[in-house]
Write a protein that binds this ligand. Structure first.
Ligand code: HEC
Length: 142
């Protein structure tokens, strides 16, 4: 055994190439991401709102009221024990009112028990757009 086997000599090279390929794979995926919409209101809702709010007609309210059909709904009108502040706010949830409420709930409705805000304007608008898709009509099952 005097000379190195050519296979062994090549082995580190192959391993190196494999590592390089593995390291590059996630980067290639990242590069594909810009084709996706940058801000997804539904995803933000899942992240920030879903723990407290249901979205389909007929679902029970959780910690917060069911939001099915929320756009153009009268504030405080779902089956839910609202704070007197929200129930008596006299607001209708237009997109503008929702935007202001989500930016600073306790400024828009002093005394509300909803304390989650979305300060990022683009994210907030994406969520308001998503809320507009929540119909109060039952969704037909596929
Ligand atoms: C920690 C629980 C919690 C989270 C998280 C939460 N909310 Fe709420 N939300 C509430 C509560 C409680 C109320 C009722 C407030 C009251 O009665 O004053 C409410 C009320 C609301 C209302 C008024 C509903 C109506 O029927 O008048 C809207 C709209 C709303 N939330 C949207 C959102 C959105 C959008 C998010 C995510 C960005 C969110 N909430 C996150 C607890 C939560």
């Amino acid at each position: 055994m005097t000379s190195k086997s050519p296979v062994l000599a090549a082995a580190p090279c192959v391993v190196g190439l494999a590592l390089l390929t593995a390291a590059r794979a996630p980067a290639a995926q990242d590069a594909a991401d810009p084709s996706e919409p940058a801000i997804n209101g539904a995803a933000i809702f899942v992240q920030h709102c879903k723990t407290c709010h249901t979205t389909q007609p007929g679902q029970p309210s959780y910690a917060g009221p069911n939001l099915a059909g929320i756009v153009d709904r009268k504030a405080g009108s779902a089956q839910y024990r609202y704070s007197p502040a929200l129930r008596n706010s006299g607001l209708t949830w237009t997109s503008e009112n929702l935007d202001a409420f989500l930016a600073a709930p306790k400024t828009k409705v002093p005394g509300t028990s909803m304390f989650i805000s979305l300060t990022d304007t683009a994210k907030r608008q994406a969520v308001v757009t998503y809320l507009g898709t929540l119909s109060s009509e039952p969704v037909p099952q596929p």
